[in-house]
Write a protein that binds this ligand. Structure first.
Ligand code: ATP
Length: 234
């Protein structure tokens, strides 16, 4: 579904990606793991059109979407669940969800999707009229996921969904992401929690200093001595 070839991106003089190639098949959950500053977020931002590409190509179902821009990528079915949640703090839970659906027309399917989100995330249903800024970190992450799902995406990009959450909530978050894949949505997951991501994924990539240095099935990377030493605490 998603094919990235030799992608180069940067911020001014900073080269963040130095030739990233990766593949995400339809219905797969693919993990991208690596240290702080390795280029994980930039890879996701480049896919959603939030940072310009300097070289290389991004293809979605065979179509070249390099440089397509964020609105077009959303229309093509790519939703971005950003690092740090980025919910709209002074808007209600319901209005945050509505922001995720702003490209859709108000029809019966839209109403059904709200109800599905509220069924899947009962905490959001209980708090639907509450300002998003008053939610706990875990609830805000659920809202960010719900907001991404409201666009009916084919591919969801998750940036560090477990960051800053209590361990029991982290477990719940990974279960939710697994369930999204099991329901047929393709997922590209960026995580510093490498072990959990490698356990959950269909296959994974390791990024270091803007380059993919290893690829394989989750268990292969878990058993890899370099990955174990550098990312899994030995
Ligand atoms: P983290 O988990 O810390 O977000 P990451 O793997 O997602 O790390 P990126 O955020 O993609 O890494 O950063 C890749 C490189 O680009 C780093 O050297 C970082 O300092 C730099 N960078 C990221 N955002 C910007 C920006 N807005 N302006 C300048 N440099 C940036």
């Amino acid at each position: 579904m998603l094919e990235i070839t030799d992608l180069v991106c940067g911020y001014g003089p900073v080269a963040a990606l130095r030739g990233v190639s990766l593949h995400v098949g339809k219905g797969e959950l693919v993990a991208l793991v690596g240290a702080n500053g390795a280029g994980k977020s930039t890879t996701l931002r480049a896919i959603s059109g939030l940072v310009p590409t300097r070289a290389g190509a991004i293809r979605l179902d065979g179509e070249d979407v390099t440089g397509a821009g964020p609105q077009r990528m959303l229309r093509l079915g790519v939703a971005h669940c950003p690092e740090g949640r980025r919910v709209f703090p002074h808007m209600s839970v319901a209005d945050n969800l509505a922001m995720g659906a702003y490209l859709r027309s108000a029809d019966a399917s839209l109403k059904a999707d709200y109800e599905r989100i509220y069924t899947d995330f009962p905490r959001l249903a209980e708090r639907r009229h509450q300002m998003a800024g008053t939610l706990s970190g875990g609830e805000q992450q659920m809202l960010a996921i719900g907001r991404a799902l409201m666009s009916r995406p084919r591919l969801v990009l998750f940036d560090e969904p477990s960051l800053g959450l209590a361990p029991n909530i982290v477990e719940q978050m990974f279960a939710i992401i697994g369930a999204i894949r099991d329901a047929g949505t393709t997922v590209l997951l960026v995580e510093q929690n490498a072990f959990a991501a490698l356990e959950l994924c269909d296959h994974a990539y390791l990024i270091e200093a803007g380059r993919i240095v290893k690829a394989g099935k989750g268990p292969e990377l878990i058993d890899d001595p370099h990955v174990r030493a550098a990312y899994l605490g030995g």
